[in-house]
Structure formats: structure tokens, C-alpha cells
Design a protein around this ligand. Structure first.
Ligand SMILES: [Fe+2]
Length: 283
């Protein structure tokens, strides 16, 4: 059964009264609401949706500050095939899409960020600087991406690819945090490490230092699932992940002997995803 909060369309989060200003990517209207966000009595309502693309078994996540007047929203890991579905939902919910973000340069599907930008020109694409890909905004470890009074913190989690990041929601008393782990940590698994600058040793270190150090009730939302799982927790993966519960040498050995086939989409998807999924796109 899903955790209680996921049975609802949204949950109420209280905005942090002490938001650092430096290294923060802010939604432009945030400047006007900044004073309110510094009030400990202010609160924000997170709207959250988990969306699925069946061809690549990819999860796309929609997050929005539903209590902000403009309802600024972001998408994590949109897929080109489901852009129209996602934009239609955003319109129906009355949200203003601000960011289309990727956790990494995907090899199994073409990102929807370029297509979204062509349909909604104000949207900014976001990816890690370490990915080497083109986007409007580049994030680095410790940055915060604001949408209204809410934000995602960027944690560097290389290993599946050299530029993988995990996006983590803010720390709110009484609420579990949410970690969008991309392919770094999957439910009872992890992404492969044999392409795109991957390194099993680095992935192991990333998970243990950047994800398993989060509170155990932190919800894990991966970029994919192939068995029907939708969500896990840090505590669950620390106990039951069949790979990452092992010592590093055993883990490296497991990853070196997966005997996986060559990714069928990699030669199409990676060059496209280096430029927001649209190869002619220059911005
Ligand atoms: Fe991937």
C-alpha cells in the first residue's frame, strides 16, 4: 500500500523560514514573496503527481507550490512521448510550468524538455553542470531550485553517469522528505554503470554518502521501475536493496557481471538528450 500522503493529491508543507540566498535558483516572482517566506508562520502546499511512460518504464514527477498565487510547477524527467499528456494535466490543474528538469542524460528514452520548451517558451530546462549537456540552467551540488516557496536541493550522485544528481525536497517537521534519485538508486536495484562515464565504485559511494544519509523515512522516487513498484524509502533500501546492502567489493563484482545487453536506445537517446532532446536546439 502507498504511504498515506500519496493517497492524496497534495500534502501541506511548511516553508522553511531560513532559506539561503546564495547559489539558489529562484522562480522570478519569488523576489516579491521573499519576505513572506521568511515568516515562520507561512506555509506552502505541495502538489505532487507521479506519472508513468510505459515504453521505457519511466516515471515523470510533477511538483508545484499550490498555495502560491501563480502555482509554479516543475517536471522531473519528462519523456518526449508523454509531453502532451503532462502539459494537459498541468493546464487542467491551473499550474504554471517553470522548470523541466533531468536527473541525468538518459540512454533509454528521449527527454521531453526540448519539446516542452517549444510548446511553452517560458519554461527553463535544468540539468547538472557535470552532465556536459546543454540546458538553460545548470545545477551543482548544494544548489536549491525554488518553485514558489518550495525548493529542491541538488545532491551529486554520479556513478550511473558522471552527471547524475538526486533532487531532494526541503526538510519540513512532521513530513518525510522526497528524493528523486534518477537511475542512481532504483527500488531494490540501481542503474547500470557500464556506459556514460559510469563507475560502480562511484555509484556505491554516491548512494551511501548522499542518499542513505537522509532520514530513513525519506521517500525514494526513482526514474524507472520494471516490476510495478512506485515508491520506497531510504530505510527500506538500506535493509533490502540486494546490491547496495553489500560491501563495496561485492557490489563492484555484482555490477561487473550483470551481462546486460547493449542499450537499444542509447545511440539515439544520448546525442538527443545532450541537447534537451531536440538536436537542432541551440538554447
Ligand atoms: Fe539512465
Amino acid at each position: 500500500m502507498l504511504p498515506k500522503m500519496l493517497r492524496f493529491h497534495f500534502t501541506t508543507l511548511k516553508a522553511s523560514p531560513f532559506l539561503p540566498i546564495s547559489k539558489a535558483i529562484r522562480y522570478p516572482t519569488r523576489l516579491r514573496s521573499q519576505m513572506a517566506s521568511f515568516s515562520s508562520s507561512s506555509s506552502s502546499t505541495l502538489l505532487f503527481r507521479q506519472l508513468f511512460e510505459k515504453e521505457s518504464s519511466t516515471y515523470t514527477y510533477l511538483l508545484a507550490d499550490a498555495s502560491h498565487p501563480q502555482k509554479p510547477a516543475l517536471l522531473i524527467d519528462p519523456v518526449d512521448r508523454t509531453v502532451d499528456r503532462d502539459l494537459s494535466l498541468i493546464e487542467q490543474l491551473g499550474l504554471k510550468l517553470v522548470y523541466a528538469m533531468n536527473t541525468h542524460v538518459h540512454a533509454d528514452h528521449v527527454t521531453g524538455t526540448g519539446l516542452i520548451k517549444s510548446k511553452v517558451p517560458d519554461v527553463k530546462s535544468v540539468i547538472s553542470k557535470a552532465s556536459g549537456a546543454t540546458a538553460d540552467l545548470y545545477v551543482e551540488p548544494g544548489d536549491k531550485v525554488y518553485f514558489g516557496n518550495l525548493f529542491l536541493e541538488i545532491r551529486a550522485t554520479p556513478g550511473h553517469t558522471k552527471g547524475c544528481v538526486t533532487y531532494v525536497t526541503g526538510d519540513t517537521p512532521g513530513q518525510p522528505r522526497m528524493a528523486f534519485t534518477g537511475d542512481t538508486l532504483l527500488i531494490r536495484g540501481c542503474g547500470r554503470t557500464d556506459f556514460q562515464g559510469g563507475s560502480s565504485e562511484q555509484l556505491y559511494e554516491s548512494v551511501h554518502s548522499q542518499i542513505f544519509t537522509l532520514p530513513k523515512n525519506t521517500l525514494i522516487f526513482p526514474a524507472h521501475d520494471y516490476k510495478g513498484f512506485t515508491v520506497s524509502t531510504v530505510g527500506e533500501e538500506m535493509q533490502y536493496n540486494p546490491r547496495l546492502t553489500k560491501d563495496v567489493e561485492t557490489f563492484k563484482n555484482i555490477m561487473a557481471n550483470l551481462n546486460l545487453s547493449y542499450p537499444k536506445m542509447i545511440d539515439v537517446a544520448v546525442p538527443a538528450n545532450m541537447v534537451c532532446g531536440i538536436q537542432s536546439k541551440t538554447s
